[in-house]
Design a binder for this molecule. Structure first.
Ligand code: GMT
Length: 378
């Protein structure tokens, strides 16, 4: 099959999901054409079945804002006609399924559209009044809608009401041969970041407000009062200055290390003892899954799809959003009991491998593509 994959190229889970799905489909012999404003950030390995088509900007004095949605629609049509795409898979309703909808109108043959909802499109962007009708149009124009968690599917249905179809839940996934504990790397990196054998806590995100990274620093501050530890902060984004100020305010400069944006996190996760994700909202929390697959228990907020990803009391702990005290205690519960820690770490690996394997997800997406292509041609 020839699949057009439309996604954001920036640092974030939806681009990762689209890219990893692309590689997995490529391995299974499908041709995958990525269409985006830039090369998605994890699309770096050459694969003979993967292609990238850049949506190039236009410079015209009348355009105060370059019309990306229209340029993308045009590019989808170009690629679809040139390579003979069978299906478009849009990651995010806004603006990708709207562009795909426009592309469908311009095509002289049917071009089925699958839209995957990742979260903020529906819970934040889509729910803003200005975007409500547009998001609803994107949903209605999609031949099949998938969501990355049951919670997101439910929330979408509550927010947008009847949209003529059930939303299919296909949870995000990991490749267990890539995300796994790698004993050798653990000691090498640990010695560098925690030379006195301190415990290592970590957080990885795009530092948006919704991630509550300041809470990560506050949780670390509580934990550090009880046991020697270090904090690794990976990523960058709008909250960075606030986070840096909090680190300075709490006098933690020598114990917190900012690693910036990193393309590959599986190496970093090897040296981490506990991963912290105290988000305000999280439709899935792909990075929590990546951490668990590497044997790192997760302490996270009980919100959105996180309870579907982190097993409270088994692969990590969940607490209410903003409950810095509760999350600090959860981290300490893990770090002060070796037996408990070991069983959580092992259960995290097993859970991630058995519940979220890439093979299962790619087969589910394949059958979604097949069903929309068949119903369009019959
Ligand atoms: O969380 C972000 O800021 C990035 C965003 C994205 O577009 O990549 O992540 C969303 O999609 C991920 C992949 O499905 C999910 O794992 C994240 O939970 C989701 N983010 C939110 O719901 C806030």
């Amino acid at each position: 099959m020839k699949i057009g994959m439309v996604c954001y190229p920036s640092y974030g889970g939806s681009g990762v999901v689209a890219t990893e799905l692309g590689y997995a489909l490529g391995e299974r012999g499908h041709e995958v054409h990525f269409i985006s404003s830039a090369r998605p950030f994890r699309l770096h390995r050459f694969h003979e079945n993967l292609f990238f088509h850049e949506v190039t900007d236009v410079n015209y004095p009348l355009f105060k804002f370059p019309p990306y949605t229209l340029l993308l629609a045009n590019k989808i049509v170009e690629v679809a006609n040139y390579v003979g795409l069978d299906v478009i898979h849009a990651h995010y309703a806004i603006p990708h399924s709207i562009s795909a909808f426009l592309a469908k109108q311009m095509m002289s043959r049917p071009l089925p559209l699958v839209t995957t909802l990742h979260g903020t499109d529906v819970t934040l962007v889509g729910a803003f009044e200005e975007f409500y009708n547009l998001t609803r149009l994107g949903l209605k124009a999609s031949d099949r809608i998938t969501a990355v968690s049951r919670s997101l599917a439910r929330e979408t249905e509550e927010t947008f009401g009847a949209i003529d179809q059930d939303i299919k839940v296909i949870p995000n996934f990991i490749d267990p041969n890539v995300y796994m504990p790698m004993e050798g790397l653990m000691d090498r990196y640990r010695g560098h970041f925690a030379p006195q054998g301190e415990k290592i806590l970590a957080h990885i995100s795009n530092f948006r407000e919704v991630k509550r990274v300041v809470d990560v620093v506050r949780i670390f501050c509580q934990v550090e009062k009880a046991i020697p530890c270090r904090l690794l902060l990976v990523g960058d984004g709008p909250e960075m200055s606030r986070v840096e100020r909090e680190v300075v305010k709490l006098g933690l400069e020598r114990k917190v290390c900012f690693l910036g944006k990193q393309e590959s996190v599986k190496e970093i996760l090897q040296m981490v003892d506990v991963f912290i994700l105290p988000s305000e909202q999280e439709s899935f929390g792909l990075v929590a899954l990546e951490a668990m697959a590497c044997g790192v228990p997760v302490v996270a907020s009980r919100v959105g799809g996180l309870p579907e990803v982190v097993q409270d009391g088994k692969t990590g702990y969940l607490a209410d959003v903003r409950d810095v005290q509760g999350m600090s205690e959860a981290v300490l519960r893990l770090l002060t009991d070796n037996l408990r820690y070991k069983s959580f770490s092992e259960q995290a690996v097993t859970w991630a491998r058995e519940r979220f394997p890439v093979d299962r997800a790619v087969q589910e997406y394949e059958s979604v593509y097949e069903s929309v292509v068949q119903s369009r041609s019959s």
